[in-house]
Design a protein around this ligand. Sequence first.
Ligand code: C2E
Ligand code: CA
Ligand code: CA
Length: 732
Amino acid sequence: MRSVRKSKLLWSVLIFIFVLFCCLAAPILSTAAGADKSEELTVGVPVDRCPVFYVDPDTGEIVGIGVDLMRAAAEHAGYSVTFKSIEEESLKEALDNPEYDIVMPFGSAITSASGQKSVVSDNLIQTPFTLVTDGKRDIPLLNELRVGMLTSLGGAADTVRELYPGIEIVFYDDMEDAVDALRDGKVDALLHNSYVWSYVLQKPSYSNLVVQPAAMFSMDFRAGALDTPRGREIIERLNKGIAHIEETFKQAVVLDYTTRRLYKYDLSDYIYEYWLIVLLGTLLLIAVIVIFIFRWRALRLEQEKRVRWLQEHDALTGALSLKGFRKKVEKLLRANPDVPYLLTYVNIKNFKFVNDSFGMKAGDELLRYWVKTTKVTLSENEAMCRIDSDHLAVLRHAGGDERLRKDDEEVVGSVRNYFLDRGKEHRVQICGGIYVLTPEDYHNIDVDHMLDFARVAEKKVRATKKDGYEFYNPEQWEKGKKVAEVVGRLPVAISTGEIQVWYQPQVNYRTGEITGVEALSRWNHAKLGMIPPADFIPELEESGLIYDLDSYVWEKVCQDLSRWNKQGIHRSVSVNLSRSDIRDDRDIPGHFHDLMEKYELSADQFRIEITETAFAEKPELLIGTTVRLRELGFQVEMDDFGSGYSSLHMLKEVPVDRIKLDYNFLTSKGDAEKGNTIVAYIVQMVNALGMEMIVEGVETAEQADFLLSKGCSEMQGYYFYRPMCVEDFEKL
Ligand code: C2E
Ligand code: CA
Ligand code: CA
């Protein structure tokens, strides 16, 4: 009984283990058997057809409506599929490639590129094809249409041709070329799979393309293989799988892909869509860059200016540095050659004591105060600098004793009392040296040289006195004061009659007749009395005022001549023309001509004396003036002949009427005998040249006789007459 129960239990356990084994092993075995059955299928597809076939940018796998449908069909048929992107230009060529078991998509069976027949599967899905236009034209009937298609749609194109034999198809390599052709009117419309359009037309720049729903037709969507036994076998098996695909599944796949926003904007799309923002942004960016560049340049200029300022200025006081001072002084002297200047070198005698007893800060404050007080007294055309520590240099207008006293009071006085005014028992001592600039300093400007002179004078003060100032060249100062006095007073002198015209008669020594007269100016100064021309003519020439004096003299002479004419006395007067009267912009001949007309005089009454040295300076201008004067009928004389460097050369070059020889000049100095010989030969030479001649400065009877014996009878000099006022002359 027990053994029967035992064996029953054993059987039960064995059956249980067998059942358990079967349950566990069955799925494994069935899987193994299934794996054996599942065959690998390679499908060649184009990948430029989103959303039908395209590469998922995230996974890199080929996906799309076509992929999902084919995968479903293949799995039903027991295949596992791999999709491969076809590299060939068209499906016809792809058919010949043994790498692919099948190729998609086909509308119907076609012949491969190598001429082999193909077999196609049943239709996977009915795909709508739509025409797209640029919306500007009405499209003709389908049979007369010119449509653009992509090259890769070669298979579909064959089907289209079968359906609409009259249609003309133009192929384009990519969508952009196709759209350009449409817009240029090369084709009436573009034809493509509607699903593809749903993707392509998301591109912003294609937004004006119009889908033509009326012109829609549908095409089959099949897989194809070469017509070989294996090809046929695959297609047959696939057809079974295709038959299994539910309509609802197909619709779901299409819906899924067409509603996804698959289109990804590229840069050109963003630019097209947001061009206004892009434009404004770019303009803004350019504006920002331009502003930045300008600001940066302004900043750099500012910095450069600051560096330059520091090079030419003293950081402590703000006054010029020696370098800046040199530059400014040179500029001032060049711009104001007529302004008399003086240069002062100033030094605090016991500056070290100031620093030691009141501290460096107090010393600095004193220097700053000093510079500030001096600056107030200077004009634009004056300059000052701090050379180093307590040494200042100032270039001032030479304004006479009055200005000197005022500056001393205002500047030096308050600096002297700087500490006393602040309750400290110390009087600052200031030593100054003054150099008065000479005319030479304006021609050869050497600031360091002038400073040296001023420093020498300052040393004299330091050595001899407690403080104060000293001139390096006091004579120059006196002379300068006189020049300032003379030049400054000229307008008053002319208007008040201080300037007078005197006359010195010229005689013919042979006949004793008065043959002419020279007009010479005299200045009867209200304070200084009679001043000889030698004391004011050069000053007026230097300061550019001689023309004012000369025109006054010429006018006066004309008035006298006119009066004499009315009295029935026809006289000729020689007038002096300064070398600085002759300038490009001054028409001297014209001026004289006007004077003759104004006073009803004839040109022969006016003789013009031009000094020989003037001819040497600007020969062209002077020769031109001389020629014009003579053309107008005036007589021109070469004054002071023999005093210049190139007298003989002048004699040959300049077309004057008369030579005026200064006897005094040739005989007063050196060997008088030799002088006489020279005079004798000059007279002989001028006579030989056929020119007229007059000798001035004849002081004695011997001189007059000598000249006459040598052949010269026209003379002027103290021996005959001294220059005299017009009243005395008229009495003659
Ligand atoms: P200049 O043209 O050679 O005039 C002759 C100068 O010699 C005059 O001097 C005259 O007074 C002086 N003189 C005449 N006879 C004798 C003499 O026998 N012995 C000596 N030692 N001197 C004699 P002044 O009037 O002092 O004039 C000096 C110079 O000033 C003139 O020399 C002339 O160059 C210039 N000058 C005078 N008046 C004028 C003027 O109105 N305009 C210009 N531009 N220059 C003038
Ligand atoms: Ca003269
Ligand atoms: Ca003369």
